[in-house]
Design a protein around this ligand. Structure first.
Ligand SMILES: NC(=O)C1=CN([C@@H]2O[C@H](COP(=O)(O)OP(=O)(O)OC[C@H]3O[C@@H](n4cnc5c(N)ncnc54)[C@H](OP(=O)(O)O)[C@@H]3O)[C@@H](O)[C@H]2O)C=CC1
Ligand SMILES: [Fe+3]
Length: 349
């Protein structure tokens, strides 16, 4: 190891020990406040909780203090507000204690765009003298408690004061998260909507495949059912159940597969055209690239359906063959019995 890297390591360790002595205050001893506070305590921070009933909130590891909100606020210049937005009002009374402090808003809402302004901006309005940072709202209390942060390490952070944001991001890194700077406090609304968006990357692939499915179905319906009926009065409606879907599915699977590869090619052409691979793609291409896995999975689902339908078709043919051979057998048996009857009658005469 070189001298410079040794220096860097010892610098990092010094920084760590600085963080480990830092006192962080957490307002609210609910699920999230408790989980985050305990996690920070495990990672070496000194943690003080603010609570309405400090004497009632037990079950904290030794070394963690639970005080009234006012007392706790005086113990640290960084306060994590682990309280629902609806109960923020009492913070107005603490404006003096919170003056110039970093307030970390971690709250979520129950609905997308539930309020006109984000919770973080609302907090900034209530406590104008504080520096507000939005962070950690996409991390669940359960993940913090159980340590299963693998799937959700990303912690989106935003705020107007760079230094405050940096301190919050340092805390995130120390407790094992991957902080992602999302810019100013204006980004808070978007960050607050993240946990409420169900399968955001699935919307486009599902809508697209539904639209393609309807398009192909109408096309096959016109070509194979309606047109023969008008021209020759042929009734092909039985195609609707198996034949037409089985023609649509492989086509759809191939089209979707093409859509998985196409954005990569467009992106490569764009990079060649721009002469650099370090500029941002247009939003539509970015979104399309991010949906490739989902598009591929939908394509796979259609290919699977095609396999299932293809397996069903021989069974259908077999049933038809079995019925017709039974009828033929019956007819020949009947004819033979008639012939033998006639022969009998002839011999009697
Ligand atoms: N639970 C989770 O997984 C996540 C939660 N969040 C956010 O964290 C915040 C807290 O959530 P969570 O810990 O689950 O909620 P809880 O209901 O478990 O805790 C909320 C805490 O707020 C405090 N509080 C202060 N004033 C009031 C009041 N007037 N009425 C009721 N409680 C009050 C209470 O602490 P005390 O009794 O000590 O005063 C209470 O324990 C919310 O904004 C939520 O959106 C964000 C990400 C994940
Ligand atoms: Fe096929």
């Amino acid at each position: 190891m070189g001298k410079s890297s040794l220096k860097e390591t010892s610098f990092a360790m010094n920084m760590n020990s600085v963080h480990s002595r830092e006192t962080v205050c957490v307002f609210g001893t609910g699920d999230f406040g408790r989980s985050l506070g305990n996690k920070m305590f495990q990672c070496g921070y000194s943690v003080v909780f603010g609570s309405r009933n400090p004497e009632l909130s037990g079950l904290h590891p030794k070394g963690i203090e639970v005080l009234s909100y006012k007392e706790a606020a005086q113990r640290s210049d960084l306060i994590i507000i682990a309280i629902h937005r609806e109960h923020y009002n009492f913070l107005i009374e603490l404006a003096e204690e919170l003056q110039g402090k970093i307030l970390v808003d971690i709250s979520n809402n129950l609905k997308i765009n539930q309020y006109p302004e984000s919770n973080a901006e609302y907090l900034a309005e209530l406590v104008p003298g504080a520096k507000i940072v939005k962070a950690f709202n996409t991390i669940s209390a359960w993940a913090l408690q159980s340590g299963t942060l693998d799937a959700s390490r990303q912690a989106f952070v935003c705020g107007d004061d760079k230094e405050s944001k940096q301190r919050v991001m340092d805390i995130g890194r120390t407790i094992g998260l991957t902080p992602m700077d999302q810019g100013s406090l204006k980004a808070a609304k978007e960050i607050e909507n993240y946990p409420l968006q169900l399968f955001p990357m699935w919307k486009f692939p599902l809508y697209l495949s539904a639209a393609l499915c309807v398009f192909y179905f109408v096309y096959c319906l016109l070509r194979e059912v309606i047109y023969p009926y008008i021209q020759e009065e042929k009734d092909n409606t039985f195609f609707l159940a198996i034949s037409i879907p089985n023609r649509i599915f492989p086509g759809l699977a191939l089209n979707l597969l093409a859509l998985v590869y196409l954005p990569g090619i467009i992106a490569a052409i764009l990079q060649l055209y721009r002469g650099t691979k370090y500029s941002r793609f247009p939003n539509w291409l970015d979104h399309w690239m991010l949906c490739r896995k989902q598009l591929g999975l939908v394509a796979l689902a259609f290919a699977f359906l095609h396999v299932m339908y293809t397996l069903v078709i021989p069974i259908r043919h077999y049933v038809r063959w079995k019925w017709s051979s039974r009828i033929i057998n019956q007819v020949t048996a009947e004819r033979q019995s008639r012939v033998s009857e006639c022969l009998m009658l002839g011999s009697l005469k």
